[in-house]
Design a protein around this ligand. Structure first.
Ligand code: ATP
Ligand code: MG
Length: 193
């Protein structure tokens, strides 16, 4: 059976968590992995945690519920990606303890670059005070101290950042390498003859 794991992307808004999770998911499927699930902050907040806001209590509860789901998935052989700002270290540490094969990815990017990117127009609103309690502007973000992987999306291309994550998973034998996948596809084709 496929070995389950959780790739936990944490970082400020617009740092690249969703972008990288989608790229990693695409690559895992391309390598023949069938059990892959992406959990994303924006999606989860419209459903599982739609009753929650952005106070510390609600942010912790958001991550608590997602951790529950990621734990179940990872313990049952699913390759799981989680993309959540998840600003509090303690909540991420709880996720680490509970999930099977937890891999933390710190998606680091300077604030100036994020303000420049501002794909949702949220930094503009936070900087003018239209929205309050925005992580990185007037709400805290506690950076990981020992993440398995750090990507610097202000300098790296999306491919470079994605490849760092894939390389770690390959090195830890959590996913097949692109070559192994091609070889196993040949064996299956041969068996079918
Ligand atoms: N190396 C990189 N990795 C990821 N994204 C990058 C990189 N370089 C540039 N980008 C760009 O940065 C933006 C990141 O947006 P994305 O929605 O992925 O952020 P996010 O961290 O999911 O934000 P939010 O917390 O608001 O959901 C995209 O427009 C993406 O194209
Ligand atoms: Mg996102």
């Amino acid at each position: 059976m496929q070995e389950g794991f959780v790739i936990w992307f944490t970082g400020l808004s617009a740092s690249g968590k969703t972008t990288l999770a989608k790229e990693v998911e695409r690559e895992l499927r391309a390598r023949g992995m069938r059990y892959v699930q992406r959990l994303d902050g924006d999606v989860v907040r419209q459903d599982l945690t739609r009753d929650l806001g952005f106070s510390k209590k609600d942010r912790d509860e958001n991550i608590h519920r997602v951790t529950f789901v990621a734990e179940l998935l990872s313990k049952n052989g699913v390759a799981t990606t989680c993309s959540f700002i998840s600003p509090y270290r303690k909540a991420r540490e709880t996720a680490r303890v509970r999930c099977h094969n937890f891999v933390e990815v710190y998606v680091q990017c300077p604030l100036e670059v994020l303000i420049e990117r501002d794909p949702k127009g949220l930094y503009k609103k936070a900087l003018t005070g239209e929205i309050k309690g925005f992580t990185g502007v007037d709400d805290p973000y506690e950076p990981p101290e020992s993440a398995e992987i750090v990507v610097h999306t202000g300098q790296e291309t999306i491919k470079e950042s994605t490849d760092k994550v894939l390389a770690f998973l390959e090195e830890n034998r959590l996913i097949p390498t692109a070559n192994e996948n091609a070889a196993s596809a040949q064996v299956s084709a041969g068996e079918g003859k």
